[in-house]
Structures are given as structure tokens and as C-alpha cells.
Design a protein around this ligand. Sequence first.
Ligand SMILES: NC(=O)c1ccc[n+]([C@@H]2O[C@H](COP(=O)([O-])OP(=O)(O)OC[C@H]3O[C@@H](n4cnc5c(N)ncnc54)[C@H](OP(=O)(O)O)[C@@H]3O)[C@@H](O)[C@H]2O)c1
Length: 288
Amino acid sequence: MKANQTSFSGKKIFISGGSTGIGKGLALEFAKNGASIVILARSKKTLEETVKELRTVGPQDAIYDFAVADVSDISQVNMAAQKTLRTLNGLDLLVCNSGYAKVGKVNDLEESDFRNLMDINFFGHVNVIRAFQDHFIKQNSGDIVLISSMLATFSIYGYGAYSASKFAITGFAQSLRQEMMLHNVRVKIFLPPTTETPGLVKENRDKPDLVKEIEMGSALNATHSVEKVSKAFLSWFPKKRFIGYATWDSWLQYFLVRHFPEWTLLLADGELKSAQKRLDRRKADDLQ
Ligand SMILES: NC(=O)c1ccc[n+]([C@@H]2O[C@H](COP(=O)([O-])OP(=O)(O)OC[C@H]3O[C@@H](n4cnc5c(N)ncnc54)[C@H](OP(=O)(O)O)[C@@H]3O)[C@@H](O)[C@H]2O)c1
């Protein structure tokens, strides 16, 4: 069934990592609201399937297409950007969403894990933005949104490498915001909470037991649907606020981190210690 809302009607949107998870959720919501969209990812097959789905929810006169590229490869990204600008005949909104998580103790991860996370999560966003920056400057209008994570506001045991790549996005985005403001282009960041996506399934597969236990016992870690997070994005996006979050638990976490940083550390330490105790108790029970 086609949606009646057309608030993004005629808008031209590009989403990196738009073939699955949150990126796909955003593409579907934007398509339902009338936008033309190009999505980017590495797997052509998944991109083709998602573009087919976009056609079933959006208006018939909108354009849906894809570009195959790895965001960590500058020349592939530049070619994808040129193709997108030709296909859509311009661009109004760029959403940098591609990324992944690898969880593990700093001590256990390989050096390549740290570098790959920076290459894809941080440099991936930088490469995509730089590929479209001249276009936005010439156009003297538009929006750029960088998807980061709630783990860019506060990090916990096991997320050192991932959080570093997401904290980096915040610093970059704050500076870019001022640079592009002079060209009438808005720059914003969106911080998803834990969201049920294929990426989360992969992340959970090799997550250390202690991290799983912390998350199960945490007061601030609910898992949310892609649809809820995507709808929250669309309602935050037109507003002025630089930082967007999707859910009440995200709001509470951000509030606590900003206003009670030391107390938040103590809360997180308490959750870590309780999780360790529960794991130790279970191991002791298993041995009996
Ligand atoms: N899910 C969560 O709980 C959560 C929470 C906070 C923040 N986030 C962030 O939200 C974003 C989306 O996450 P998700 O959970 O929706 O992930 P996902 O389901 O794994 O989807 C990731 C998307 O990015 C693409 N991608 C991955 N690596 C790429 C690369 N090197 N080059 C080009 N495309 C690439 C994937 O397609 P290909 O594999 O085919 O390339 C796919 O389209 C990420 O930045 C993630 O860090 C997620």
C-alpha cells in the first residue's frame, strides 16, 4: 500500500549502508514519504532486493537506485557519488549510516580490529561526505546527517574500539557543522540506541559473556525496532537540534552523562560488578 504522506516529496536522498538494518529502515520511511533515494553498500544482491522493496512502498514517479562501494575505499566512494548525482540530478540529503560493531576487551582485540573500525565507521563517513561536499557547497543548501551511536556519549566494558570510532564522528561533525553552516548546509548527528538489525545479530555472535550479562542487567539498555528508530529519525530531522536520539532510554542516558558524569560512571561500575558476580555464581553452580 502506498503511503499518503508526501513530506519528502521531490527530495533527493543518499544513504550509505542503506541495504539493511537502520539504513534500510530510513530508506523505507523516506520512500513512503515521497523521496527519491540512492542507497550504497557492498553487496549488490542485497541492494537490488532493497530497491525492489522501495518501489513497492513509494510513489511511482520517484527514483530508486543503488551504488556498490566500500565506504573505506575513496575511489569507489567518489564513483558512487558521481553516479548518484547523475541519477538523482542533484542531492538534498546525505545520510552517512554504514558501520558495524566489534566488541571485545582492549586486551583481546587485534590491532586490525581497531583500524578496521576506524576505517569503516569514521573514515567511511569522512570519505562519503568529502565526495559530496563540493556539490553541497555549489548548491548552497542541503543537509548532511552522520549516524553515530549512543555509545558515542558514554562507553562501557568491551566497547573501547567501537566507541572510539563513534566518538570520533562527534568531533568531526561539530567542526563540519560550522564549516558547512557558511554554505547554508545543515550538519547533524543521530545516535541510535540498541536496535534489532542484522548488524546487531552479528555483533551478539562473538560478544563476550560479561558484556551480554551487563546488557541484560542494565537499566539503560532496551532493544528497539528498526521501524521505531527510523520514525524517530524522520520526526527529529526537520527540527533544529544538532543531536538526535530515538527513545526515552537514550534521552535519559544522554541527560545523565551530561549532568551527572561522575555518578553515571558509578552506575556503570555497579552494573559491571553485579554482572561479574552473576556470571561467577553461575559458573560455581555449574561446577557443583
Ligand atoms: N543496531 C544497533 O544496535 C546500532 C546501535 C547504535 C548505532 N548503530 C549504527 O547504525 C548504523 C547501522 O547499523 P545497523 O545495525 O543497521 O547495521 P547493519 O544491519 O549491519 O547494516 C549495515 C549497512 O551498512 C553496509 N555496510 C557495512 N559496511 C560497509 C562498508 N564497508 N561499505 C559500504 N557499506 C557498508 C551494509 O551492507 P554491506 O554489508 O552489503 O556492505 C548494510 O547496508 C551503523 O553505523 C551502526 O554502528 C547501530
